[in-house]
Design a protein around this ligand. Structure first.
Ligand code: GTP
Ligand code: MG
Length: 220
């Protein structure tokens, strides 16, 4: 059984004020973690299958249409993209995994630089693993969560595209997903349900980040 490294903040806080986004600035793209920005500020990464909605979620959270580049075709984000938020923390948009159309050679390179990013990025405080709300657990996602667990990298699960299911189907699907996760993990990580179309989940998500940033204020 794997065990999840919990963040100090295990639950979504109950404060009512949504975090205000005063600035959201694209800093750089690269394929080498060593060239990533040197600022010692908390960093949050978005990962998941190609087309799951990583870039859309970043735009939804930041209330910006095209801060991160979106496409209907999988494989749009191909590099490590750093965005600096409110001059005090980073959001990182990463390429998706599991996109069959990318050539095998390219896929190996993706895996290598993504793996290096996760192993070497000291500022990384939480990784959001995005899962399409409509899908049952898939090996590639479970393997990726296993990799994070083995490397002691804290993560949360984000169920995306919630608008594509009716609410009872959505609840049923997510309950079933979590139940299946418990075959592999002894406890469940914090999770969020989001829609980049309806803004569902935005406030809780930003509150979660705000709370961690506050807790880490003396560590950075
Ligand atoms: P890659 O960069 O290729 O790995 O994809 P990605 O995970 O960044 O996905 P992206 O945000 O580019 O979105 C992929 C497609 O899904 C786009 O057509 C989006 O409009 C759509 N999409 C993303 N989020 C949502 C959502 O919450 N609801 C709906 N209905 N569509 C969404
Ligand atoms: Mg993308």
């Amino acid at each position: 059984m794997n065990s999840i490294k919990f963040l100090k903040t295990g639950l979504v806080p109950k404060t009512s004020e949504a975090m205000k986004i005063k600035s959201a600035e694209f800093i750089m793209s690269n394929s080498n973690v060593k060239k990533a920005p040197k600022d010692r500020i908390p960093e949050y990464a978005f990962i998941g299958r190609s087309n799951v909605g990583k870039s859309s979620l970043i735009n939804m959270l930041m209330e910006r249409k095209d801060l991160a580049k979106i496409s209907g075709k999988p494989g749009k984000t191909q590099l490590i993209n750093h965005f600096k938020i409110n001059d005090s923390w980073f959001l990182v948009d990463l390429p998706g995994y599991g996109y069959a159309q990318v050539s095998k050679k390219k896929r190996v390179i993706f895996q290598y630089f993504i793996e290096n990013y996760f192993k070497e990025r000291e500022q990384l405080v939480c990784t959001f693993v995005l899962i399409d709300s409509r899908h049952d657990p898939q090996k590639i996602d479970l393997d990726f969560m296993g990799f994070l667990g083995e490397n002691n990298i804290p993560f949360c699960i984000v169920f995306t595209k919630a608008d594509k299911l009716g609410s009872s189907k959505l609840n049923k699907q997510i309950t079933s997903y979590k139940k299946q996760l418990l075959y592999y993990w002894e406890s469940l990580p914090t999770s969020f349900i989001t829609s980049s179309k309806t803004n569902l989940g935005r406030k809780d998500f930003l509150e979660f980040i705000k709370e961690i940033n506050l807790e880490l204020v003396n560590d950075f």
